[in-house]
Design a protein. Sequence first.
Length: 210
Amino acid sequence: MKDDEDIVPIRRPPETIATVGGLIDETRLTIGVHGEDLDPDEVSRILGCMPSRSHRRGEPRPGNVPCWPKGAWLLSVEGKAPVGPEDLLSSLLERLPSDPLVWENLRHRYSVRLGFGLFRGAWNRGFELSPSALARVVSLGFGLEFDIYADTRRTEGRPMNADLEGTKEMFAKMVGGPPSILTTGAPIARLRSWETRSFTSRSLARIPPR
């Protein structure tokens, strides 16, 4: 027993494996009106505001790719935490007509889409939309689309790199933004909300790019 009493346990400080929870890191919300014969100037007059970007069918696209097959009128707002998706939704809707008939007439002619681009720099982030926010969306006849993007690079002591610039540039290119060069060699994963991944205490799983 004497030997056991002389043993001093080695106590190490707690190690942070991963930080979980919190608001989604960055959000971009875009409403898009699309159609083969779409005239962006006409849509601007109908909605009473100018787009963030627009194009007509047949106009050249950035890079060595075919011309735009359809016209588009796109209005975007974006922000970083603590500004969340609901804040951006309210900001966007304040700039647009609140009359459901305006949107009903527009949908008869074109495709209208309202979508979130959610950029996360850690493996566990979230947000919520209040009943009042959802009621406003429903009253205008919109559905909601969600695209979730993650930069899964790992560096020593950091489960996931918080630098989202490469992911944001890729997203901007997908929705018709200005030409950009991806500066990150990280695997970029496009995730679906119903997919789950398991993580161990020793390392975070790498999610393969799609």
